[in-house]
Ligand binder design. Structure first.
Ligand code: URA
Length: 245
């Protein structure tokens, strides 16, 4: 939790208004600290322990935001781009101004779980190979795959640039004209899943991320939808990455 901060800064951080608008609210006597009206916008508050309210409604201070998105195909995982639509274009306006960025990348045609946050430290931990956070994918490939190829995917395959992948977990979910599989990898090289399957002669027809660490994509989120993580889900993310540290 943040240290003491000036009241006008606290209010603008909560997106109650700009610094100037926040000062006007204070001057108008609409802000109370621990039940007492204050008209001094420079007064210091403790975001963790002081109760600040606007028109009688308690304001909850949050430094970090964590969102879960079901990324649809057709959007790139970047904060801005000259020609392409980015995942930030999908966010409702309430989330603009929070400096959110996607934690890790999914290809333009990949769907599924994408976390967005403004917590750079957590992003770093989740993505660092040192912490071994598993990324689970649903993968549909063209045609059949045999035990020998599955074994190679699990133990490590050599990609076309000579990189040898780390051990992974793979299982077949459905066998037919095309095969559906679940793959868990603990690293995140560029186009890694597609390149791993290419290394065993298979083409990925459809790719969706279904989990990151212990956090699974909420099945009720439709493609393009986003919601905040619950406190329990944030704890799962943090605890998963800490316990593996
Ligand atoms: N691996 C890929 O090939 N693409 C993704 O979007 C994610 C992992």
């Amino acid at each position: 939790m943040a240290d003491q901060m000036r009241l006008d800064k606290f209010l603008s951080h909560l997106r109650i208004g700009t610094r100037k608008e926040s000062r006007l609210l204070v001057r108008a006597g609409r802000i109370r600290i621990n039940g007492v009206v204050t008209k001094d916008y420079a007064v210091k508050v403790h975001p963790g322990s002081d109760r600040v309210s606007l028109d009688g409604q308690d304001l909850v201070y949050r430094e970090f935001i964590y969102l879960m998105m079901n990324k649809p195909a057709g959007y790139i995982s970047a904060t801005r781009d000259r020609s392409e639509k980015t995942v930030l274009d999908l966010l409702p306006s309430v989330w603009t101004g929070w400096d959110l960025f996607p934690i890790g990348r999914l290809d333009k045609d990949t769907e599924g779980l994408l976390l967005l946050s403004n917590n750079g430290q957590l992003a770093h931990t989740l993505l660092s190979p040192k912490y071994q956070v598993g990324k689970t994918y649903f993968v549909r490939i063209n045609g059949a795959i045999g035990p020998e190829e599955l074994e190679r995917l699990q133990t490590g395959v050599e990609l076309e640039d000579g990189y040898r992948t780390k051990p992974a977990m793979v299982r077949v979910l459905r066998a037919g004209e095309t095969y559906d599989m679940e793959l868990v990898i603990y690293e995140g090289k560029f186009h890694q899943v597609k390149r791993m399957f290419a290394a065993v002669g298979k083409k990925v027809l459809y790719l969706k991320r279904t989990a990151m660490g212990g956090l699974r994509l909420d099945p009720s989120l439709k493609p393009g939808e986003v919601r905040e993580l619950t406190e329990a889900e944030v704890a799962i993310l943090k605890c998963g990455s800490l316990s593996l540290a």
